[in-house]
Ligand binder design. Structure first.
Ligand code: CMP
Length: 138
Protein backbone atom coordinates (compact mmCIF):
# COMPACT_ATOMS: atom_id res chain seq x y z
CA UNK A 1 0.00 0.00 0.00
CA UNK A 2 1.16 3.52 -0.79
CA UNK A 3 0.00 6.92 0.36
CA UNK A 4 -0.06 10.03 -1.81
CA UNK A 5 -1.15 13.63 -1.55
CA UNK A 6 -3.96 15.12 -3.59
CA UNK A 7 -5.08 18.75 -3.54
CA UNK A 8 -8.47 19.84 -4.84
CA UNK A 9 -7.55 23.33 -6.04
CA UNK A 10 -9.42 26.64 -5.61
CA UNK A 11 -11.00 26.48 -9.10
CA UNK A 12 -12.59 23.11 -8.34
CA UNK A 13 -13.66 24.13 -4.82
CA UNK A 14 -15.27 27.33 -6.21
CA UNK A 15 -17.16 25.29 -8.79
CA UNK A 16 -18.43 22.86 -6.10
CA UNK A 17 -16.51 19.98 -7.65
CA UNK A 18 -14.95 18.74 -4.40
CA UNK A 19 -17.77 16.21 -3.87
CA UNK A 20 -17.71 14.77 -7.41
CA UNK A 21 -13.88 14.56 -7.36
CA UNK A 22 -13.85 12.90 -3.94
CA UNK A 23 -16.49 10.42 -5.16
CA UNK A 24 -14.41 9.62 -8.23
CA UNK A 25 -11.32 9.03 -6.08
CA UNK A 26 -13.21 6.68 -3.77
CA UNK A 27 -14.66 4.82 -6.74
CA UNK A 28 -11.10 4.35 -8.05
CA UNK A 29 -10.26 2.47 -4.85
CA UNK A 30 -8.54 5.23 -2.88
CA UNK A 31 -9.10 5.28 0.86
CA UNK A 32 -9.23 8.78 2.32
CA UNK A 33 -6.78 8.57 5.23
CA UNK A 34 -7.03 12.27 6.05
CA UNK A 35 -8.84 15.32 4.68
CA UNK A 36 -8.69 19.07 5.41
CA UNK A 37 -10.30 22.13 3.87
CA UNK A 38 -8.07 25.18 4.22
CA UNK A 39 -6.88 28.29 2.46
CA UNK A 40 -3.17 28.40 1.63
CA UNK A 41 -1.33 31.58 2.57
CA UNK A 42 1.50 32.87 0.42
CA UNK A 43 4.48 31.48 2.41
CA UNK A 44 3.02 27.95 2.47
CA UNK A 45 2.08 28.07 -1.22
CA UNK A 46 5.57 29.31 -2.13
CA UNK A 47 7.19 26.55 -0.09
CA UNK A 48 4.89 23.86 -1.47
CA UNK A 49 5.68 24.86 -5.07
CA UNK A 50 9.34 25.83 -4.45
CA UNK A 51 10.42 23.40 -7.16
CA UNK A 52 8.76 25.73 -9.70
CA UNK A 53 10.21 28.99 -8.31
CA UNK A 54 12.19 29.79 -11.47
CA UNK A 55 9.34 29.05 -13.87
CA UNK A 56 7.61 32.02 -15.54
CA UNK A 57 4.21 30.95 -14.17
CA UNK A 58 5.35 30.69 -10.53
CA UNK A 59 3.86 33.93 -9.12
CA UNK A 60 0.64 33.43 -11.06
CA UNK A 61 0.45 29.89 -9.65
CA UNK A 62 0.94 31.21 -6.10
CA UNK A 63 -1.79 33.82 -6.68
CA UNK A 64 -4.15 31.13 -7.94
CA UNK A 65 -3.40 28.61 -5.20
CA UNK A 66 -4.03 31.24 -2.48
CA UNK A 67 -7.21 32.57 -4.16
CA UNK A 68 -9.66 30.39 -2.25
CA UNK A 69 -10.13 27.25 -0.20
CA UNK A 70 -8.60 23.96 -1.19
CA UNK A 71 -9.03 20.41 0.06
CA UNK A 72 -5.93 18.41 0.99
CA UNK A 73 -6.30 14.63 0.93
CA UNK A 74 -3.96 11.85 2.00
CA UNK A 75 -5.00 8.90 -0.15
CA UNK A 76 -4.08 5.27 0.25
CA UNK A 77 -4.24 2.55 -2.38
CA UNK A 78 -2.05 -0.05 -3.98
CA UNK A 79 0.28 1.87 -6.32
CA UNK A 80 -1.41 5.09 -5.16
CA UNK A 81 1.16 7.54 -6.52
CA UNK A 82 1.28 6.41 -10.15
CA UNK A 83 -2.41 5.47 -10.21
CA UNK A 84 -3.53 8.89 -8.96
CA UNK A 85 -1.42 10.61 -11.65
CA UNK A 86 -3.21 8.41 -14.20
CA UNK A 87 -6.69 9.25 -12.87
CA UNK A 88 -5.82 12.97 -12.70
CA UNK A 89 -4.42 13.20 -16.27
CA UNK A 90 -1.91 15.54 -17.91
CA UNK A 91 -1.30 19.05 -16.52
CA UNK A 92 -2.91 20.63 -19.57
CA UNK A 93 -6.53 19.45 -19.82
CA UNK A 94 -6.31 19.74 -23.60
CA UNK A 95 -3.68 16.98 -23.49
CA UNK A 96 -5.32 14.87 -20.75
CA UNK A 97 -6.71 11.43 -21.64
CA UNK A 98 -10.51 11.35 -21.97
CA UNK A 99 -12.14 10.31 -18.70
CA UNK A 100 -9.41 11.76 -16.49
CA UNK A 101 -10.39 14.32 -13.85
CA UNK A 102 -8.60 17.13 -15.68
CA UNK A 103 -10.07 16.18 -19.08
CA UNK A 104 -13.55 16.18 -17.53
CA UNK A 105 -13.35 19.26 -15.32
CA UNK A 106 -10.25 21.46 -15.76
CA UNK A 107 -10.35 24.80 -17.53
CA UNK A 108 -6.68 25.30 -18.47
CA UNK A 109 -3.18 24.21 -17.50
CA UNK A 110 -3.04 26.44 -14.44
CA UNK A 111 -6.62 26.06 -13.20
CA UNK A 112 -6.46 22.31 -13.52
CA UNK A 113 -8.62 21.24 -10.54
CA UNK A 114 -6.21 18.90 -8.77
CA UNK A 115 -2.62 18.32 -7.76
CA UNK A 116 -1.13 14.85 -7.29
CA UNK A 117 2.32 13.97 -5.93
CA UNK A 118 4.51 12.84 -8.83
CA UNK A 119 6.89 10.36 -7.12
CA UNK A 120 7.40 8.55 -3.79
CA UNK A 121 9.97 11.18 -2.61
CA UNK A 122 7.51 13.94 -3.49
CA UNK A 123 4.63 12.28 -1.63
CA UNK A 124 6.78 11.86 1.48
CA UNK A 125 7.73 15.56 1.31
CA UNK A 126 4.24 16.86 0.44
CA UNK A 127 2.02 14.91 2.86
CA UNK A 128 3.49 16.64 5.97
CA UNK A 129 2.65 20.09 4.54
CA UNK A 130 -0.90 19.24 5.55
CA UNK A 131 -0.87 16.24 7.90
CA UNK A 132 1.47 15.29 10.72
CA UNK A 133 2.78 11.87 9.68
CA UNK A 134 2.27 10.66 13.24
CA UNK A 135 -1.52 11.13 12.78
CA UNK A 136 -1.71 8.95 9.67
CA UNK A 137 -2.23 5.24 9.90
CA UNK A 138 0.07 4.71 6.88
P1 CMP B 1 0.39 20.85 -10.42
O1 CMP B 1 0.28 19.43 -10.80
O2 CMP B 1 -0.20 21.30 -9.13
O3 CMP B 1 1.94 21.28 -10.45
C1 CMP B 1 2.39 22.56 -10.77
C2 CMP B 1 1.28 23.47 -11.19
O4 CMP B 1 1.71 24.62 -11.91
C3 CMP B 1 0.39 22.74 -12.19
O5 CMP B 1 -0.31 21.72 -11.59
C4 CMP B 1 -0.42 23.89 -12.76
O6 CMP B 1 -1.44 24.33 -11.87
C5 CMP B 1 0.66 24.97 -12.83
N1 CMP B 1 1.27 25.03 -14.16
C6 CMP B 1 2.08 24.12 -14.75
N2 CMP B 1 2.48 24.54 -15.97
C7 CMP B 1 1.90 25.74 -16.14
C8 CMP B 1 1.94 26.69 -17.20
N3 CMP B 1 2.65 26.47 -18.31
N4 CMP B 1 1.25 27.84 -17.04
C9 CMP B 1 0.55 28.07 -15.91
N5 CMP B 1 0.48 27.20 -14.86
C10 CMP B 1 1.15 26.06 -14.99
Amino acid sequence: METTLCLIKPDATRRRLAGPILGRLESEGFEVLAIRRLQLREPTARAFYAIHKDRPFYMELIGFMTSGPIYALALRREGAIAYLRQVVGATDPAEAEPGTIRAEHAENKQENCVHASDAPETAVAEIPFFFPLTDLAI
